[in-house]
Ligand binder design. Structure first.
Ligand code: PHE
Ligand code: ZN
Length: 876
């Protein structure tokens, strides 16, 4: 890197000098090149103070400018200037027509931003700044324009030509070519533009909106995948209905299209009226898709649909405001999934993810507030923080305001800002205005990074019959933010009597939200007759770490009595963490591991309780993950964490073998597969039991797993059995079924990806060699992000023991992949490097070898802005 890339600051924001009222595009798609003809109706922005006559357009280096004219007057070299960022045209009038002809090369586009080809299908990805790889433009979200798009291509190879809005004209052209023109009446920023051209098939349905308008719903995919689209369609219809019922939001075009493509950097994209989806987030069938996959399809389809209001109708002023649309939309899709399935299970899953991945981000070198103050490359800010923590912040507003006031706030936000590009401040203001509740202090959640820590102590006075909770808060320093102001934190609590019943709290209910404002605050409860057991942070009412000196008995008590399902799970997790942490410490001191019966007895009570939701039983029985234990550790001892967890699993397996086996049998069913919450729950508990049975190491359970593998009529059961056997000591059996699995699913790329991932995450020795071999396998392709995620990312994040091998082989491997991918696909390269950036969390030996590999990436030659930002911040 010769030149230090520029840092962009929120404080430098200025309104655009020019606006684009109308954008007319014509794409001529040809095998060797694509011509993009743009006609932009532009005018000076009356709100801008800037009087310059220079028009600055963004345009990627790769664009070949063939022709440019202003008001039909062709410009020559002296009228404009090309530079690294784009184009500067001098002497433009207040209102004008700008026309350009640009040549681009979609076939050489491996970065998958802009216009590229995925398995022969042309498609676009414009968020965040991909449109500038298509043509010269004001590529910023506060420039909103009406688009009209004509696509011309070979008719046989590309019978389907799609863009945003409605088709308004079509015709034949010479040499077997055809064209279609699409018009989108809704002004939109360029990042919501989309184009698709290919040989695609579709399924179609109809939806009638609340006000009685008919909408055509179309989902496009390759012919071979046509049988896997029904679940996405049903999810879309459910999401449309839900958004009408819960938010009063209707769809606003005549057509809603989804297109599935195999090469995609992210999950999916909410382009107006034409979502482009990663196949992994839209295709679903019982034979090929796990329950998790079904739920992902439902959630992502809904997420992209909800963006039509939270993102498209009301969009972001600039990219610092990304969480405005993403945090809100994740909150919306989480509530949707909670309503469609089990609310508690959804919450547990989301919290587990947040506490491992997002908390780790907050504790790392890339920590940033949900409203960041600066960035080098915006693609690096599509993070757990912007998305998941952003959703938690919206959830806290919901908790503080209550459902009714929150709805009033969202109505006001949508009405006030419809058609505008706005800020998170506008969102918070609407919530305040509609509810009358001050969110002044609450705003710290938007501009402070880091995970707040709550320390809670309590005291009971039997004379005055008062119970006091004293809560103090702090937040660790993060890069660029040494000192934090106290947050406004909603803390939902309950108090349990010695029988396990809920006490009635001052608000007349059994759960009350305490509002913490100060660094330390005491809350008093009167009329309490015995010392209660507090149930703290019910439903995870704030994204914080909470310390309270629970005894192990307190925790088992809460596990079986807390009326809040989330808190019962949380008590089990806390108990697991407590036990595992002390075993990790024992290992550190060379002590032999010992474990009593307490945890097993508590698990047995849960297993025996027939009233509980099976999915929740499975969650409670699952020990805290290695990732979560790592996040909690001061210094991460990878091997000790793995060993301690394996030890406890084996111990529980032996203690409760009979119970696990009988529960396994109870959960076995001959009913046909259904992705309903009930049957997902049954499979989940059954596979949890199987994993414990396998942990006994007994041959008979290997047989059981093999029977399940061979007889399964669905991918959930087959994949669960596969990974249990492959990850066990039964090496030969694992090899045999891996082979059978591959042969059976060779034509289903998404299943083959699972096959890669099972091998990459194998904790047994030798996984790296296996991964390196698989990189040469026909099933692998470094240019396909799904393959990279399944193999390389799985190894580096789901296989801590092997990735962190003390000889440094895992780190070297990752550095090599990042260096290669840096030039092929910078976004993927920069995401991949994450595990190395966490080097400060490990012991000095590991720190040293991890740093060396980061430095090696740094010195490897010209780095993309994406990789440069992450690696340089990690080394700082
Ligand atoms: N905006 C997309 C979503 O959250 C994610 C995305 C970002 C996709 C950037 C592609 C590129 O739904
Ligand atoms: Zn989104």
């Amino acid at each position: 890197m010769t030149q230090q890339p520029e840092v962009i600051y929120l404080k430098d924001y200025k309104v655009p000098v020019f606006l684009i009222d109308h954008t007319e595009l014509r794409f001529e798609l040809k095998p060797d090149k694509t011509l993009v003809k743009a006609r932009l109706k532009m005018r000076r922005n009356p709100e801008s103070q800037d009087v310059t006559r220079e028009l600055v357009l963004q345009g990627d280096k790769s664009l070949l400018l063939c022709r440019i004219s202003v008001d039909e007057h062709v410009l020559n070299e002296s009228d404009f200037q090309r530079n690294e960022q784009g184009l500067v045209v001098s002497g433009v009038p207040d209102q004008f027509l700008l026309e350009t002809v640009t040549e681009i090369h979609p076939d050489q586009n491996t970065a998958l931003e802009g216009l590229y080809r995925s398995d022969g299908v042309y498609c676009t990805q414009c968020e965040a700044e991909g449109f500038r790889r298509i043509t010269f433009y004001l590529d910023r979200p506060d420039v909103m324009s009406v688009f009209s798009t004509t696509i011309e291509a070979d008719k046989d190879a590309y019978p389907v030509l799609l863009s945003n809005g409605n088709p308004v004209a079509e015709g034949e052209a010479d040499e077997g070519r055809h064209w279609i023109t699409w018009e989108d009446p809704h002004p939109k920023p360029a990042y919501l533009f989309a184009l698709v051209a290919g040989d695609l098939k579709l399924i179609e349905d109809q939806y009638q909106t609340l006000s009685g308008r008919d909408v055509a719903l179309r989902i496009y995919a390759a012919d071979k995948d046509l049988d896997k689209l029904d679940y996405a369609m049903q999810s879309l219809i459910n999401a449309m209905r839900w958004d009408e019922q819960v938010y009063g939001r209707e769809y606003d075009l005549d057509i809603y299209m989804i297109v599935a493509v195999d090469f995609f950097n992210m999950g999916a994209m909410e382009n107006k009226g034409l979502n482009v989806f990663n196949t992994s987030c839209v295709l679903a069938s019982p034979e090929t898709t796990t329950d998790l996959g079904f739920q992902r399809v439902e959630g992502v389809v809904a997420h992209e649909y909800f963006h039509n209001w939270s993102g498209n109708r009301v969009t972001c002023r600039d990219w610092f405001q990304l969480s405005l649309k993403e945090g809100f939309t994740v909150f919306r899709d989480a509530e949707f999934s909670a309503d469609m399935n089990s609310r508690t299970v959804k919450r547990v899953e989301d919290v587990a993810l947040l506490r491992t991945a997002q908390f780790a981000e907050d504790a790392g070198p890339m920590a940033h507030p949900i409203l960041p103050a600066s960035f080098i490359e915006i693609s690096n800010f599509y993070t757990m923080t912007i998305y998941e923590k952003g959703a938690e912040v919206v959830r806290m507003i919901h908790t503080l305001l209550g459902a009714d006031a929150f709805r009033k706030g969202s109505d006001l936000y949508f009405d006030r800002h419809d058609g505008q590009a706005v800020t998170t401040e506008d969102f918070v203001k609407a919530m305040e205005d509609a509810s009358g509740k001050s969110l002044v202090q609450f705003r710290h959640w938007y501009n402070q990074a880091g995970t707040p820590v709550l320390n809670i102590t309590d005291a009971f006075d039997s004379e005055t019959k008062t119970y006091k909770l004293t809560i103090s808060q702090s937040c660790p320093a993060t890069p660029g933010q040494e000192v934090k102001q106290p947050y406004h934190i909603p803390i939902a609590i309950g108090l349990l009597d010695s029988q396990g019943g809920d006490l009635v709290l001052p608000n007349g209910e059994t759960t009350q939200v305490l509002e913490l404002h100060h660094a330390e605050q005491t809350f008093e409860f009167g009329g309490i007759h015995e010392k209660p057991v507090p149930s703290l942070l019910r439903g995870f009412s704030a994204p914080v770490k909470l310390n309270y000196p629970y005894s192990r008995d307190n925790l088992t008590f809460l596990m079986s009595h807390d009326s809040d399902g989330f808190s019962r799970w949380e008590a089990a997790q806390k108990l697991g963490v407590d036990i595992l942490q002390s075993l990790v410490a024992d290992l550190g001191q060379g002590k032999e591991l010992q474990l009593g019966l307490l945890l097993g007895d508590a698990f047995k009570v849960v297993l025996d309780n027939k009233d509980l939701d099976k999915a929740m039983v499975a969650k409670v029985l699952t020990l805290p993950s290695e990732a979560y234990l790592s996040e909690l550790a001061d210094v991460i001892d990878v091997d000790a964490i793995h060993e301690a967890r394996q030890f406890v699993r084996q111990h529980l397996a032996n203690q409760l073998e009979t119970e696990f086996y009988s529960t396994y049998k109870v959960c076995t069913s001959t009913d046909a597969y259904s992705p309903s919450a009930d049957s997902i729950a049954r499979r989940s508990l059954r596979n949890t039991c199987l994993s414990y049975l396998m942990a006994t190491g007994k041959q008979e359970y290997l047989e059981l797993a093999l029977v399940q593998f061979h007889e399964a009529d669905n991918m959930t059961d087959s994949q669960a059995a596969l990974s249990l056997v492959v990850h066990s000591n039964f090496v030969k059996a694992g090899e045999v079924i891996l082979d059978q699995f591959y042969q059976r699913w060779i034509d289903q790329p998404l299943v083959v990806n699972q096959w890669l991932s099972v091998q990459a995450s194998n904790p047994q020795r030798g996984a790296l060699v296996q991964v390196e071999n698989l990189m040469k396998h026909e099933a692998f392709n470094l240019q396909n992000p799904n393959k990279v995620r399944s193999l390389i990312a799985s190894f580096c994040s789901l296989n801590p023991v092997n990735f962190h091998a003390i000889d440094g082989s895992g780190y070297r491997f990752l550095a090599e992949q990042v260096i290669t991918l840096n030039s092929l696909n910078p976004q993927i390269a920069s995401r991949l490097v994450t595990p190395l950036t966490r080097w400060k969390r490990y012991n000095l030996d590991r720190q040293d070898i991890m740093r060396k590999q980061l430095q090696r990436i740094m010195d490897s030659g010209e780095l993309s802005r994406d990789v440069f930002e992450v690696v340089s911040k990690s080394l700082a």
